[in-house]
Every structure is written in C-alpha cells, then in structure tokens.
Design a protein around this ligand. Structure first.
Ligand code: SF4
Length: 352
C-alpha cells in the first residue's frame, strides 16, 4: 500500500433539494457535509456507520454517480488525474473505466434476461474498450477465471446461480474494465455468513492480483475489522473518526465509535451484556441538530456540544476524531461507554 492518496476529498458536500417553489418552503437534505478524506492507493478502506449516515452517497460521489454540491474530489493515479467536481462529460467514460461499483444485492444487480457472458461483456461494449467479439470474449473469460467462475457458467442465465456465485458475476462485471478504484457497497450483507468469507477472500486476493483500491462500505464492524486496513466512521453525513483499523478497534476515541464497537457480539462471557445500546434514532438530515450532530444521543454531551460543531482533529498518528471531549474520554473503555454518564459537575469537564 502506498501513502499517496488515490482519492482525496476536500470539504465535499452532497445536498439534495427535496422541494422548494413559489409556495412551498425549501427543504434541503444534507446527505454528506464537509468531508475531508484521503483514500491511500492500494488500501482496503472501510466506511462504517448506521443506515442514513451518508455512506452510500459518499461512495457514489467518489464514482461521480452523484452530483457534488460543494468542495472537491481529486483522483490521482500516476499520470492520470481527474477533478470530479467539474469533470467534462468527455472524461466521464474514461473515469468510469477506472472507478467501478460492486452492488449490494446480487439478485437485483443482474438482468435475468442476459447470459452471464453478456452481463460481464456489457461494460466493455458500452465503454468501447474492446473492438471485436473475439477480443470481448477473451477479456470476459480472463476476468471470469480470476473471479473463480467456471467458463461453462458464461452460457447460463443468473437464475441458475446461488447468491455467492451471483456476487462473483457482479464482481467480474465491475472488474472487466480494469478499474483501479472499486466501491463495494455492502457487498456481502445479503449473503450467508459462510459465503461472506468466501467473497471477502476473493476481494482480498483480487486486490493483490490487480492492484485495486477499495472503499468498502459496511454496517458490519466485525467484517470491517477482518478485512480493512483503514476505517472511517460516519454519522449524519459527517466523518467523526478515521484511523488505521487496528488503532481504531483498540483505542476508539469518539463516543459513537465506542457505541458501535460495543454492539459487536462477543463470545467472552465477561463481556456478555456489557454493551451500550444506542438510544434514539439518527436525526433527519433535512433538519440536523446544531453543534455536534451526535449530541442528541451522546451520554457525554455538555453545553459546548450543543452549540459548536467539533472539527476533525488529529489525536495521534493517522488517527483523527471530531469530539470536544475525546481527551477526557480517552480512557473510557469501549464496552462501558454510556454506562456511566459523566457527572456534569465533574472537575475534568471541558470548559464550555
Ligand atoms: Fe458527545 Fe460532545 Fe463528543 Fe459530540 S462533541 S461526541 S456530544 S462529547
């Protein structure tokens, strides 16, 4: 893995206008807000958070599948560079060859009317990558083989396959254009646990063979711990913590990250029942609370949290956190967060 970022986002925001006209008030959904993030080349970068935290919207913005309302996204791979925020349409096809998506649901992602060969070949034909049928067939066979698909499967239709095999077909389709950057959006969430391991191992070995960089979007932290080398945690469209995986799992700083980690089931009887339930729902992105967006659910919230939004600041090597109180809370064990709300009159409290 290189330290150079393949994708860099600066102050990236994605907003959607839900309504607004002559007689109706404007309603803006702020799905992603002021994201600063570098995805190192060759990394398996995890993006975690609850449903509604903006993970998918951020991933789609990196693919230029969503508009960018503010800020910038820069892609740099050797000589090839793109600025996604003002990319001309003529560059979009070229960028799509380099940045691809693996869908969550392998049942919905594949057309039931097309053979596996045609499904995998479609991007080659649409993007004009191959010129002749022989060339297309050769490339399809090559990527099918890499994705551990039997060549005789190419003549069949998707209904003949299990979930795991279908996901291999989806992966082959995403990789047939030889991308460098792949967004895997909950790509194993719809699969049985035994099949999940198989697909994760396939993604990992394809990363080595093809030099891929992944953005792995997931709500399953145990999967992320197993496969990712970096993790970013999102809450209500903002990044609240980023760190190398080992660092984040051993020394989480943000109360939200600690709550997510405490929800991972444990086989250790000492930890049984020692989990923090996240109270309440994630607020609406059309009407986010002021200050820290997590303050409505955070057991450690104090006055400043309700007024001022914390910035993502460095708390160690490559470890960034957005919390006014991360230093005071550093020693709070992950599995006890929320169990002992800090006394508001505590001397250790940050001055509001
Ligand atoms: Fe909790 Fe305040 Fe930190 Fe937000 S800034 S996570 S409300 S302690």
């Amino acid at each position: 893995m290189s330290n150079k970022p393949l994708i860099s986002a600066r102050d990236l925001s994605v907003h959607f206008n839900l309504r607004g006209g002559l007689f109706t008030p404007k309603l803006v959904l702020k799905a992603v807000e002021a994201i600063n993030l570098d995805i190192p080349k060759g990394s398996f970068f995890g993006l975690v958070g609850e449903s509604g935290s903006g993970k998918t919207t951020l991933g789609r913005a990196f693919l230029k599948a969503n508009h960018i309302s503010r800020g910038s996204v820069h892609y740099a791979d050797g000589e090839v560079e793109y600025d996604l925020q003002d990319m001309p349409k003529s560059d979009l096809t070229e960028y799509r060859k380099r940045a691809q998506l693996i869908f969550q649901d392998p049942y919905a992602a594949l057309s039931p009317r097309m053979t596996v060969r045609d499904i995998i070949a479609e991007p080659l034909e649409v993007m004009g990558i191959t010129k002749t049928r022989e060339e297309t067939d050769e490339r399809v066979r090559e990527i099918a083989d890499r994705c551990r698909l039997n060549l005789e499967h190419l003549r069949r239709f998707p209904h003949a396959f299990s979930g795991g095999q279908r996901q291999r077909i989806s992966i082959a389709r995403a990789l047939v254009s030889s991308p460098r950057f792949v967004v895997a959006d909950e790509s194993v969430a719809a699969l049985d646990v035994s099949i999940q391991a198989d697909i994760l191992n396939l993604l990992k070995s394809l990363q080595k063979e093809l030099g891929l960089t992944y953005l792995f979007i997931s709500h399953d932290l145990s999967v992320v711990a197993h496969i990712c080398d970096h993790v970013a945690v999102m809450y209500l469209g903002r990044l609240v913590e980023t760190a190398p995986t080992r660092e984040l799992f051993s020394a989480p700083r943000h109360p939200y990250t600690k709550a997510l980690l405490s929800a991972i089931p444990s086989l250790d009887p000492d930890n049984a029942g020692n989990t923090q339930k996240l109270e309440g729902e994630i607020p609406s992105p059309t009407n986010p609370p002021p200050g820290c967006k997590f303050h409505t659910r955070c057991p450690f919230a104090i006055d400043i949290c309700k007024r001022e939004e914390p910035k993502l600041e460095t708390s160690g090597k490559e470890h960034d956190v957005a919390c006014h109180r991360w230093k005071e809370l550093a020693d709070e064990p992950a599995r006890a967060v929320g169990k002992k709300p800090v006394n508001k009159k505590s001397k250790n409290r940050t001055k509001a």
